[in-house]
Write a protein that binds this ligand. Structure first.
Ligand code: MG
Ligand code: ZN
Length: 162
């Protein structure tokens, strides 16, 4: 079985816009790059678990979200970091789906599709009421990265130049 670093996207890996959908909006937290890199080194699968209700709200398409993720990953890879798989919930709260965090549908799907052992895995996010809540519900190890706005970030433009 595999161990995974489950990680939130907006506000954790990249600065939350909110409703980021265009590659030009990408600003990556340097500490997230390093965190992902260190878990990768220890053989963890890196899996993004993200709420993207902008899709359900028709602010952007599912393909936009896929393109954004790809651009984000290309940047991360330039730092020997990178995501193995992206999972996202496209629904709005009104849809009452079982995959919108803090519900566990998405992470359970990711665990079964990637043969992941909960023990030894970890969830990292920026919101205690969403990411922390999900992890607690699953009795999973977790870490909240509290953002102050003073973190070092790398823009998409800078990434393209690397
Ligand atoms: Mg977040
Ligand atoms: Zn959902």
């Amino acid at each position: 079985m595999n161990k995974a670093l489950f990680i939130d996207r907006d506000g954790t890996i990249n600065v939350d816009c909110p409703y980021c959908s265009k590659p030009e909006q990408i600003r990556i937290y340097k500490d997230a790059i390093d965190l992902i890199k260190s878990y990768k080194k220890f053989g963890f699968l890196i899996i993004v678990i993200s709420n993207q209700s902008g899709i359900g709200r028709k602010l952007f398409s599912e393909q936009d979200a896929i393109n954004f993720n790809e651009s984000l990953n290309n940047c991360l890879k330039k730092f020997n970091s990178g995501i193995d798989k992206f999972y996202f919930c496209p629904h709005t709260p009104d849809d009452n789906c079982n995959c919108r965090k803090p519900k566990d549908g998405l992470i359970k799907r990711a665990m079964s599709e990637n043969d992941i052992d909960l023990i030894g895995s970890i969830f990292v996010g920026d919101r205690d009421d969403i990411d922390g809540e999900l992890a607690r519900n699953m009795s999973m190890h977790y870490k909240i990265l509290k953002r102050t706005g003073n973190e070092k970030v790398i823009s998409y433009e800078e990434c393209l130049k690397l």
